[in-house]
Every structure is written in structure tokens, then in C-alpha cells.
Design a protein around this ligand. Sequence first.
Ligand SMILES: [Zn+2]
Length: 203
Amino acid sequence: MGDMAHPGLTLHELERLVGYPAKGPGPLSYTLPPSPELKGVQAVRLFYYPKDPALQLIVEVEEFSGRRHLRHFRWNGFTWEVPEGHKDLRATEELLGFQKVGEDYFLGFSREEARELAGALRRGEVPGAKYLLCPKCSARIFYAPGTNPVGVACPACGNPTLLFKTLSPGERKDPLEALAEEQKALRQALEELLAYLKRKLGP
Ligand SMILES: [Zn+2]
């Protein structure tokens, strides 16, 4: 917030950090780089909403446990003030149109659709699904047909440079299912071996 001697983060500085307006009309995000002052938390992220007159900045502080705390601010031309009526906002991902299910993010899907898709992905049923991959934190962002994935920043770490990917068959299979399949194959191999030995050696 700053004081008389140190003005703190200004609107202009925020816009420079998130890359507004070069990166589009927003919302835009920026993750503060690690520093000794921030060593007690997982991450501090700034979300900028240039088109929202009532709510322009969300500061999200993520604990190491994953819990998130949100503070909401509006620029009054001089400093940041807390806007009225924004006391019970939902998680930042939902504000940005993201749904998080398990480790993956879903853009442009309802909560139910995202859950269904996450289940299908886990079962390996949607080869060819398109998604964005964050090269920094390996978050995957699946996007619905009709959503524009260009310019999307990583909802987990704020990285604005995401890779376009297509899910190859069998990718990131449920580890339990993979294990069960392995066990089945192993059991079959053992049975074949036993049958072979019985034939060779007699009962
Ligand atoms: Zn990321």
C-alpha cells in the first residue's frame, strides 16, 4: 500500500507488471518473483481486471498448504481502496473462468462438465483432447470448444507463456488402473509359466 515516503504499487506499475494493454483486455495476472520477504508463503499473485470499474485488483496469497486468501482493491486515482460489496468473492480461478479438478484446470466448462471431463481423462477416454501446458509448473489447462485459449495465463503460477498440446493416447493414466493392468499381465505370465512347467515336468 505504501505511505507518504514510499508510494507502494501504483496502477501504472501494476499495468506494467501484468503487461496491460499489450497482452489484451484482461483479466491479466502476475506472480511476484520469490524473495526473502515472501519465504513464508507459496506464492503471491496479482490479478488485474482493467474492465471492471468496481474491482480492479485481486491480491491472492497462497499458503504452503494450498489455502488461498484474497484481497480486493480498487484504484481511486491516488491509492488502492477496498471496494464495497466484494466481501464474499469466490476463488480466483472461478472468477477467471477456470475450474480446478484434481491437478488440472478447465476453462469454459461448468463445474459438472469439468468433473466429468476430469473423470474421462483419468480413464484415458479422451485421446486428442487439446490443452495448454504450463512449462513452468506443469499445470494442464483444458479448454472448451468456443473458448479462446490465446493469451490465457497459467491459473496456478501466472506464467503467460503456455504451450499448445494435444493429449496422446494413454497419457497420464490413473496410476491405480495402470498398476492393476500390470498385475493382471504379470499373473497371466505366471500362469503360462506354470502351465508350461507342468507340461514339461508332469503333475
Ligand atoms: Zn504454471
